[in-house]
Design a protein around this ligand. Sequence first.
Ligand SMILES: Nc1ncnc2c1ncn2[C@@H]1O[C@H](COP(=O)(O)OP(=O)(O)OP(=O)(O)O)[C@@H](O)[C@H]1O
Ligand SMILES: O=C(O)C1=C[C@@H](O)[C@@H](O)[C@H](O)C1
Ligand SMILES: [Mg+2]
Length: 174
Amino acid sequence: MTGIDRPIVLVGLMGSGKSTIGRRLANSLKLRFVDADEEIEKAADRTISEIFDEYGEKQFRDGERRVIARLIGKDPIVLATGGGAFVNDDTRALIKRDALSIWLDADLETLVERVSRKDTRPLLRNKSPRDVLTKLAAERNPLYAEADLRVTSANGPHMATVERILEALAQWQS
Ligand SMILES: Nc1ncnc2c1ncn2[C@@H]1O[C@H](COP(=O)(O)OP(=O)(O)OP(=O)(O)O)[C@@H](O)[C@H]1O
Ligand SMILES: O=C(O)C1=C[C@@H](O)[C@@H](O)[C@H](O)C1
Ligand SMILES: [Mg+2]
């Protein structure tokens, strides 16, 4: 596929697949892949958990906004955001203006199962992932719904989700 003239930005809840699907999507489109969470970790020389512990969530969100602003508006890339990025009004406005946004959506059971594989997410630490994700889905889904495209990130081969995204992109371009 050709003709993508702006960054493709993946948004959605923790575990929806922004990082893993994003990397494969970038490969398929021959675009550079960037993960905003990783960029924030590099810039701060700390893990996301350490940033939350040392500086708090508000500082993390400020850093996230700056990193995403720096990455958007350059070459077309595939950008995986952190789950909360599109919730920030400024970041969402920027993404909506300068990028093509895709909401990767998955049902609650799927998300709960996926996030249980790693315990690196500060918002889930010492909490019930099901309760946190239920609350976040209620708060955030109306905002994720403002993305240009919505694609279901169902379990199965990752490439099946990538294919669905490619189809959605082709339709959007036509
Ligand atoms: N569409 C999919 N099909 C199968 N497995 C998936 C799919 N999407 C994600 N996964 C798996 O779910 C887990 C979480 O995915 P990933 O880390 O990409 O989520 P994320 O949206 O980047 O989360 P976070 O917001 O916390 O960074 C990984 O183990 C990944 O392999
Ligand atoms: O959903 C969220 O608010 C978060 C998701 C992760 O990608 C990280 O950005 C961080 O753990 C916060
Ligand atoms: Mg991720």
